[in-house]
Ligand binder design. Structure first.
Ligand SMILES: [Zn+2]
Length: 72
């Protein structure tokens, strides 16, 4: 996982950029990206990979505040 061969396009709907990363499709969907693939593995271009990373970081922050903000 990680580096991919050339000639693969980004799986985000409406995006035709060439992909630079492959990721688990569920993780991509978790970040709210509109992915168009039937496979377990999704390919993202540079821009969408950046976007994905941003969203995932945001989600992790939310998880942490839930965990420590619950008062249990
Ligand atoms: Zn893309």
């Amino acid at each position: 996982m990680g580096r991919i061969s050339k000639g693969v396009n980004c799986n985000v709907n409406g995006c035709n950029n060439s992909a630079v990363r492959s990721l688990n499709t569920n993780r991509v969907k978790d970040a709210g990206l509109d992915i168009n693939t039937g496979s377990k593995q999704s390919y993202l271009c540079k821009d969408h990979y950046k976007e994905w990373k941003k969203e995932i970081k945001q989600n992790e922050k939310d998880d942490v505040s839930l965990r420590y903000g619950g008062g249990f």
